[in-house]
Ligand binder design. Structure first.
Ligand code: GLN
Length: 235
C-alpha cells in the first residue's frame, strides 16, 4: 500500500498507439514504483470528456493518417479542456500524430488539410511521395542530454511562438528535415516524433517528466532526491 499515486489520461489510446506508444505509460509506472508511487490510467477516447483537473499526466500517441482524421472530428469537444490543462502546466507527451494534432493543422500525404486544436503554435505540412523513416538521435540543447529513438512520419512540422525543439537532430530527420530541430517543449508539454517508445529507450527523459509530475502533485516531498537513486534504463 502506498500513499502516493497519480493519474494518467491516455488520449485516444485505442486509436492512437503506433509502435506501442503505451510503453511510455509503462515506463512511468516502472520508475514510479521504485519510489513507492502507484499509477492509474484512464482511456479517454471518442465521446469521453477529458476532465483536465483529474489528471497529472496525459499521453496522446501516434496514429496513421486515417485514425488521425477520425480523432480530429472528436477533438473539438476536448479542445478547451486540453488547452486549459496545458496552460495550467499539466505534464503532457504528444507523440507523432498526437504531437501534430496539438498544433493548428496537418496535411495528409495527399494534401488534404486536417484541423488540429491549436493548443500550440506549430503546423505540419506533407510529403506526397516519401517519409522520414529510421533511427534518430538528438541532443537537448539546454541540458545536453542525448535521446535515441525511431522516426516514421510523412508530416513535416514547423514550430511556432513559445515552442522550442526537444533537441537538435544529430542523426535522422527530426521535425521537418530542414531546421535541425526535433520535437517540442512548451511549459510541461513534450512533443516528439520518436517511437521506441521515447520513455522506455530514454530513462533520463522519463525520470525528468516523472519528477515534474510528482513535484506538481506532492510539492512538499523532495522527489528530485528520491529519484536521483533510480537508474535511468534504455530498454
Ligand atoms: N500520420 C502522421 C504522419 O505520417 C503520423 C504518423 C505516426 O503517428 N506514426 O506524419
Amino acid at each position: 500500500m502506498t500513499d502516493y499515486n497519480f493519474k494518467i489520461a491516455h488520449l485516444y489510446g485505442d486509436l492512437m498507439n503506433t509502435y506501442g506508444d503505451y510503453g511510455n505509460i509503462l515506463a512511468l509506472r516502472y520508475y514510479a514504483k521504485q519510489v513507492g508511487v502507484t499509477v492509474d490510467v484512464d482511456l479517454v477516447s471518442l465521446d469521453t470528456d477529458f476532465k483536465d483537473n483529474q489528471y497529472d499526466f496525459a499521453l496522446f500517441g501516434g496514429g496513421q493518417d486515417y485514425e488521425e482524421q477520425i480523432v480530429s472530428y472528436d477533438l473539438p469537444k476536448k479542445a478547451d479542456a486540453i488547452k486549459r490543462y496545458i496552460e495550467n502546466g499539466g505534464p503532457f507527451l504528444g507523440v507523432c500524430g498526437g504531437f501534430q494534432l496539438l498544433g493548428h493543422y496537418f496535411l495528409l500525404a495527399d494534401g488534404t488539410r486536417v484541423e488540429g486544436i491549436g493548443a500550440l503554435d506549430h503546423y505540419t505540412l506533407n510529403q506526397p511521395t516519401s517519409r522520414f523513416t529510421g533511427n534518430i538521435r538528438i541532443q537537448d540543447e539546454v541540458s545536453g542530454e542525448i535521446y535515441r529513438g525511431f522516426e516514421n512520419h510523412q508530416g513535416r512540422t514547423f514550430l511556432g511562438a513559445g515552442e522550442r525543439p526537444l533537441g537538435k537532430t544529430l542523426e535522422g530527420h527530426g521535425n521537418n528535415g530542414e531546421d535541425g530541430g526535433e520535437g517540442l517543449v512548451y511549459k510541461n508539454v513534450y512533443g516528439t516524433y520518436f517511437h521506441g517508445p521515447i520513455f522506455t529507450r530514454n530513462g533520463n527523459l522519463a525520470l525528468k517528466v516523472l519528477t515534474i509530475i510528482l513535484n506538481r502533485k506532492y510539492p512538499t516531498v523532495d522527489w528530485q532526491a528520491k529519484l536521483a537513486s533510480v537508474p535511468a534504463e534504455s530498454f
